[in-house]
Design a protein around this ligand. Structure first.
Ligand SMILES: Cc1cc2nc3c(=O)[nH]c(=O)nc-3n(C[C@H](O)[C@H](O)[C@H](O)COP(=O)(O)O)c2cc1C
Length: 337
């Protein structure tokens, strides 16, 4: 069993984090993850700091992405993105004071054009470590004593890998933990995450924990990450979308216990239906059903008949239709080994 993961004063136990994922890790998804257990820290989708301030000043509602945040169980990290230290500090302070979040995480890893080229934020900032320093330092001051953490990629491109330098800057600026996705921004999701590089970063950090991220899709891989790559924690993203029970499996494996089996297909379908009810309770039938299309595809992934189910569920627009399609087409037999 790895040592407890400490982020500032917060103990993250088990040291397995649910990654922030825009468009996915909303309060309904987080509730499902929490119900299965096994993740020591959950995260919201990334929230744009300027957008937050704009809504505030215009007396509009707070961002949809903060749905649930004020009331749900802790620990919970809210991730923000932007490039203006003052705005980010202002939002960080609000998140700490008003929402009482456990952690404010900064996104320095997003490779999407709208965030990088258009807003000079996310992974774009990896080319400006000094600016990262200023942002982190300012946020740390604004959020104290709540920990501020940073999530990065290895660099902007394979020709510009600078994660070791960036790691030192992040710690120097006062961040309480560093999460690294083992690809560069230019890689997007191509190739494999480079865990050797992640591991190397450890020797560039003095005291703060290193959280490794990339391609973890089984309990065995989580155990191997701790055994082989010097990380203090791991973060799981894509693989938990259709398998929110993965955290509980990985946590059991870390404790040296038998890994709980995958739920039966009928149980998986029930999880999906429960998820659907949570989403529609919040967003109403029309919007909730549309939002659920992508989750439903995730739940079916890897199963026999998944393509068939996806082709039907991708266009549902009412609860009646959704239930009928699940009834008729959600895979009920496992793929052939
Ligand atoms: C749909 C999607 C949305 C994502 N949104 C975010 C985000 O809002 N903030 C962030 O830091 N990373 C985001 N990521 C990246 C993941 O957090 C993670 O770093 C990446 O997917 C690698 O982990 P994995 O191999 O376990 O998926 C997103 C990834 C996906 C697939």
């Amino acid at each position: 069993m790895p040592a407890p993961l400490r982020i500032g004063d917060l103990v993250v136990d088990p040291p397995i984090l649910q990654a922030p994922m825009a468009g996915f890790t909303n309060a309904a998804f987080r509730q499902i993850v929490r119900e299965f257990g096994g993740s020591g820290l959950l995260a919201t989708e990334m929230v744009n700091a300027r957008g937050f301030v704009w809504l505030d000043e215009n007396e509009a509602e707070h961002p949809d992405r903060l749905w649930g945040v004020a009331d749900e169980p802790r620990p919970l990290a809210v991730q923000i993105w932007d490039n203006d230290a003052a705005t980010m500090a202002k939002v960080g302070r609000r998140l700490v004071e008003e929402y009482r979040v456990s952690i404010v995480d900064i996104n320095f890893g997003c490779p999407v054009r709208q965030v990088t080229e258009k807003a000079h934020s996310g992974s774009y900032l990896l080319r400006e470590p000094q600016r990262m320093f200023e942002i982190i330092q300012r946020l740390v001051k604004a959020c104290r004593p709540t920990p501020v953490t940073a999530k990065i990629r290895l660099g902007c491109s394979p020709e510009n890998v600078n994660c070791n330098e960036v790691a030192r800057v992040v710690e120097e600026a006062g961040a309480a933990a560093l999460t690294v996705h083992g690809r560069t921004a230019k890689d997007m999701f191509r190739g494999n995450a480079d865990w050797e590089r992640i591991s190397e970063i450890k020797s560039h950090l003095r005291a703060i924990p290193l959280i490794g991220n990339g391609d973890l899709d089984s309990a065995e891989k989580v155990v191997a990450a701790f055994d082989n790559y010097n990380v203090d924690g791991v973060m799981i993203a894509r693989a938990c979308l259709g398998r929110p029970w993965l955290f509980a499996q990985a946590a059991a494996a870390l404790r040296g216990e038998t890994i709980p089996p995958e739920p039966t297909l009928a149980q998986q379908r029930d999880v999906m239906l429960h998820h659907y009810r949570l989403v529609t309770q919040r967003f109403g039938e029309d919007k909730g059903t549309i939002l659920m299309r992508k989750y439903a595809c995730c739940y079916a992934q890897g199963k026999r008949g998944a393509r068939h189910f996806r082709s039907h569920v991708a266009s549902v627009s009412s609860a009646e239709e959704f239930y009928a399609i699940v009834d008729q087409h959600f895979p009920i037999t496992d793929p052939q080994p």
